[in-house]
Write a protein that binds this ligand. Structure first.
Ligand code: ADP
Length: 982
């Protein structure tokens, strides 16, 4: 097979190996070689190495470029990959016959010399960057900004060398000569880190050591595992799913090391990286892992000093502080030479990293008003924090900030370098977490098996905090007297029971049936503390506050509150709830169980108009619904907690927990509160429906859900009452329901299906750009009969999810369209589509773009298509079906009397494929558009298409941009046939 064909047929595999691990290094090494061998010219290189684009797009671009350059370039490309990749990654790849030796002429300029020697120079200069920069700076070839740009801490040493070489090329021949001279004279030098450290004073090094040791001590253990079940972070840490979305909307998966790296950068001039995720998705734990790895010098090795902050603790700081005081008082005190250490920080911003955990828990919402840029002048903490995030203060220091997504408003977004989304555990992550948690493999197996049979619970476990509870409470779970948990309220009741059980088994044995009533006093006291805390954005409590709420040592010893020992602001003891969601749960218990009439009525928690009532509590759950409040950035921080609390309130008042609450709360009171919740939810839904605009003529009536729509649906799900779900959507009359970018995971899918299955008429359900995954797909099945179209673009769905979806879909009469662009589909799913196409003769649209479908998959699909007489739209953009696949599809579609639109863009289709498609064109009476951009069709193929068009009147356009044609050929061929677009 020619190298050209090898690249086409192995495109998916090449993409995978070059993307492997998310590191750009293999790609960059291949680029070094291709530049040195003169396969790529400089412009090609710049087009391929675009920092703002995800790695996989850059690799695709390179594949396209070498493909377009022809056989010789392809064989050099394969040779470069062969040279760069380690043996184990090359298994299964074919590199062809190899390439002819590159017959280079001796380079006649210094610039060319640097290019030819680039692969060697990257290694040689790696330990020598400082020296080279010094020379370039002193000779005037480089400015300070050039040097800073090269040495950005986000780059690895090899990347820094490449930036240096790129910059030298940009500066011209004199800079290139200077660098060559330096290289000739330079002795092999000491490793860079030593070199850098030589410039550091002993006191700075001492400070670094102290900081590392204090950060390590704070991050060694996970806080939720206090007491006997103490786990070190190393033992339990499980990687979560991390993603960034780039400027063009493409999603890339990241590794931990990429959080502060360049991938996904949207704004080069901003220094703040947002790590966003739902409550319990593992943000604090991820940050803790970063801290620990930095302290051990295992990650962020270019970061000399890392300062970790917790926003909930900053809330407790009421003094005005300067930046210097903030660093030294809150993180680590320099025992010597304070001024020198601080000066070092000011002089080397690129060697320092700040992290701020829980911005959503900071009392004040982000404000962009007061400017402050003096590092030594004391100001209130919010001013200090906001100016750091904006970059007014200490520009150049990278900051990683965690928050729930709802709490980040537009004015902060303005200052974000990039946003990394933490999506919780993958299905394999859940298994791995359970195995780490249970040292007994048999027990781990039992827990995993019980999750596999209860997919609702499995869906919940994607959120690590729920996974932690489910794993921790495995005994109660596997005992299963009260049925398997279905809702988050069930899960939190389980944890409540577990903690009380643990205490009582130490004293009198098992818990009685009336366990909640027995512990009602403790629950109410904790509940009041929790609610007052939420109302005042307070998550850390002093011993005095506990006392004031009547909490005794025994109450505290139940384990719901933990001691926070690293609050260095004051000397007295402080406590916090195990997790913010537990604080919300206690607040909800208080709302439901308290008999104090002075407390706000339940409806106030759900209704926006009560905001104007006096008192903190009136600010409560009103935020959750009122859109005008959602926009108000200074309050957005509270909304997520209040929404979670409302969800728990709904769940606790559900009929299912009636017997548990029976003796804790008079039935009449409970029922009154329940009615209020139901009424409020119904009102909330109505507000949404009223906001649906009238359809534009010719368009479908469509509802773009507001952020709180999903929350309302989740509250309804917690109640687990079919008639309430039915009533909620009884009046919803839309044809299209859009829920894109709504952080919908498996848990949200369960709730959506529970409610939407009661819709009266079929809708198009658009869930693009969420994290539905295979488990979420399974959760959606109960509402599939009510979906005429399902849009699941970019949702991490694999073949297994599709198998289950289509099995059900085949039986749903209304189900007619599916869009699965950019998921993880392979040839293993095409047989299921074939089956669907055979059985469903009313199926209209199938879009499978940007997956991993090859010629084999296309052949299977063709098998189904040959029996289908309904499909109108077929999209396979960005797969690798090649000529064989195109031939199979064309053949199968020849007799279609319905096909209107076909896209085989970017699929490695050549002349053979084009000629097969020509036969389809000559027979088709329905096809209107054919998309063949970015393939490898040349003149012969296009001539076949032109011939076929002579017999066809239905086709309006054939798109052929980016094929193997010269501009002259394109011009000539488009003159022959105006329906071709080049
Ligand atoms: P968030 O900050 O997003 O609210 P946390 O990081 O506090 O979430 O996570 C809540 C709990 O979930 C942790 O205390 C821990 O028990 C568990 N957890 C979260 N992430 C991980 C992880 N990556 N590995 C193991 N356990 C985790």
């Amino acid at each position: 097979m020619s190298a050209h064909q090898l690249i086409i047929t192995q495109r998916a595999e090449l993409l995978t190996v070059l993307c492997g691990g998310g590191s750009a290094e293999p790609l960059e090494c291949v680029l070094d070689l291709l530049l040195a061998w003169e396969v790529l010219v400089w412009e090609d290189y710049l087009n391929v190495r675009v920092a703002e684009k995800p790695l996989c797009s850059n690799i695709r671009q390179l594949l396209d470029v070498v493909h377009d350059k022809g056989e010789d370039a392809c064989s050099h490309f394969l040779a470069a990959i062969n040279q760069v990749l380690p043996e184990e990654q090359k298994a299964g790849l074919c590199f062809g016959k190899g390439c002819a030796a590159v017959g280079k002429n001796t380079p006649d300029t210094a610039t060319l010399m640097l290019l030819v020697d680039r692969p060697v120079l990257v290694t040689k200069l790696r330990d020598n960057i400082d020296g080279a920069l010094d020379v370039l700076l002193t000779t005037g070839c480089f400015t300070i900004q050039d040097c800073d740009g090269v040495q950005l801490p986000v780059y690895t040493p090899s990347q820094q060398v490449r930036r240096l070489l790129d910059q030298v090329k940009f500066k011209g021949e004199t800079a290139a000569k200077t660098l060559l001279q330096y290289l000739e004279q330079a002795e092999p030098t000491k490793p860079k880190s030593e070199d850098k450290e030589n410039h550091l004073s002993a006191d700075c090094l001492l400070y670094q050591k102290k900081l590392r040791s204090s950060v390590a001590a704070q991050s060694l253990f996970l806080r939720t595992y206090g007491g006997a079940g103490r786990f070190s972070l190393d033992d339990i840490y499980t990687d979560g799913l991390l993603e960034v979305v780039d400027g063009s909307g493409e999603t890339t998966t990241l590794g931990l090391e990429d959080v502060v790296g360049p991938i996904g950068t949207l704004n080069e001039d901003a220094d703040t990286i947002l790590l966003s995720g739902e409550a319990g998705s593992g943000k604090s734990t991820l940050l803790q892992r970063l801290h620990l790895l930095w302290a051990r010098e295992a990650l962020l090795t270019n970061t000399f000093l890392l300062f970790p902050f917790s926003c909930r603790k900053l809330n407790a700081e009421h003094r005005e502080l300067s930046l210097k005081e903030l660093l030294f008082l809150h993180c680590c005190w320099p025992d010597r030479s304070q001024d020198e250490v601080f000066q070092f920080i000011l002089d080397h911003p690129h060697m320092v990293l700040f992290t701020f955990d829980g911005l959503d828990e900071f009392k004040q919402g982000f404000r962009d008003e007061e400017r402050h840029c003096c590092p030594t002048k004391p100001v209130p903490i919010p001013v200090l924090l906001f100016n750091l995030l904006q970059g007014t203060l200490m520009k150049g220091i990278l900051k990683v900030v965690t928050s729930r997504p709802q709490a980040v408003g537009p004015s902060l977004k303005h200052y974000l370098r990039k946003e990394v989304h933490l999506k919780g555990f993958s299905p394999s992550g859940i298994n791995s977490f359970v195995k780490k948690h249970h040292s007994d493999p048999a027990m781990a197996r039992r827990v995993i098996d019980s999750l596999q049979v209860n997919t609702v619970l499995l869906g919940l476990c994607h959120i690590p905090v729920f996974c932690w509870i489910v794993t921790k409470c495995h005994q109660e779970l596997l005992g299963g007297q009260d049925g398997i948990p279905q809702t988050i309220t069930d899960v939190y009741l389980l944890v409540l029971q577990h903690f009380f059980q643990r205490k009582s088994s130490l004293s009198q044995g098992a818990l009685g049936k009336a366990w909640l009533e027995e512990h009602l006093d403790t629950v109410l006291k904790l509940g009041q503390l929790a609610l007052e805390g939420l109302e005042a954005s307070c998550y850390v409590f002093s011993g005095y506050e506990l006392q004031r709420n009547g909490l005794t040592e025994q109450d505290v010893s139940m384990g719901f509150l933990i001691f926070c020992n690293d609050l260095s602001v004051t000397d007295c003891k402080h406590y916090e709830f195990l997790h913010i969601t537990l604080q919300c749960f206690f607040a909800a218990l208080y709302v439901v169980l308290n008999r104090n009439n002075n407390r706000p009525a339940i409806s106030r928690f759900f209704q926006p108009q009560h905001r104007q009532l006096s008192g903190l509590s009136q600010r409560c759950l009103g935020h959750c619904i009122d859109p005008s409040v959602e926009e108000e950035e200074s309050h957005v921080a509270e909304t997520p907690n209040l929404q979670i609390t409302a969800q728990f309130v709904s769940g606790l008042l559900s009929q299912r927990h009636h017997s548990l609450l029976l003796d804790c709360c008079p039935t009449a009171v409970r029922e009154r509160k329940f009615k209020q919740v139901v009424k409020s939810l119904s009102k909330g839904m109505q507000t949404h429906f009223k906001s649906i605009p009238r359809p534009v003529e010719g368009e479908k009536k469509s509802m773009h859900a507001m952020p709180s729509f999903v929350w309302l649906i989740k509250c309804i799900y917690e109640i687990q009452d079919k008639s309430i779900a039915q009533d909620a959507v009884a009046k919803l009359e839309v044809e299209h329901l859009k829920l894109t970018y709504c952080n919908i995971g498996p848990m949200e899918c369960t709730a959506l299906a529970y409610v939407l299955k009661h819709l009266r008429n079929p809708v198009g359900l658009q869930l693009d750009n969420n994290s539905v995954g295979d488990v979420g797909v399974e959760q959606l099945l109960p509402c599939l009969h009510i979906c005429h179209s399902l849009y699941l673009r970019n949702n991490n769905i694999s073949d297994e999810g599709i198998r289950k979806l289509l099995e059900k879909g085949a039986k749903c009469e209304s189900f007619q369209k599916i869009a699965l662009f950019n998921n993880k589909l392979t040839d293993a799913c095409t047989q299921h589509f074939a089956c669907l196409l055979k059985t469903k003769q009313n199926f209209l649209a199938l879009r499978l773009g940007n997956n991993n479908i090859t010629s084999q998959g296309a052949e299977q699909l063709a098998e189904g298509l040959s029996y289908n007489q309904s499909l109108q739209f077929l999209g396979l953009w960005g797969n690798t079906i090649g000529d064989r696949g195109a031939e199979a599809l064309a053949n199968a579609l020849k007799n279609s009397t319905t096909l209107i639109w076909l896209s085989l863009v970017d699929n490695g289709v050549g002349n053979a494929g084009a000629c097969a498609l020509a036969k389809l064109i000559s027979q088709s009476k329905t096809l209107v558009e054919l998309w063949l951009n970015k393939n490898c069709i040349s003149r012969d193929g296009v001539e076949c298409l032109i011939e076929a068009l002579k017999m066809n009147t239905s086709v309006k356009e054939i798109w052929l941009r980016g094929n193997n044609l010269s501009p002259e050929e394109e011009e000539e061929l488009s003159k022959q046939e105006s329906r071709l677009t080049f």
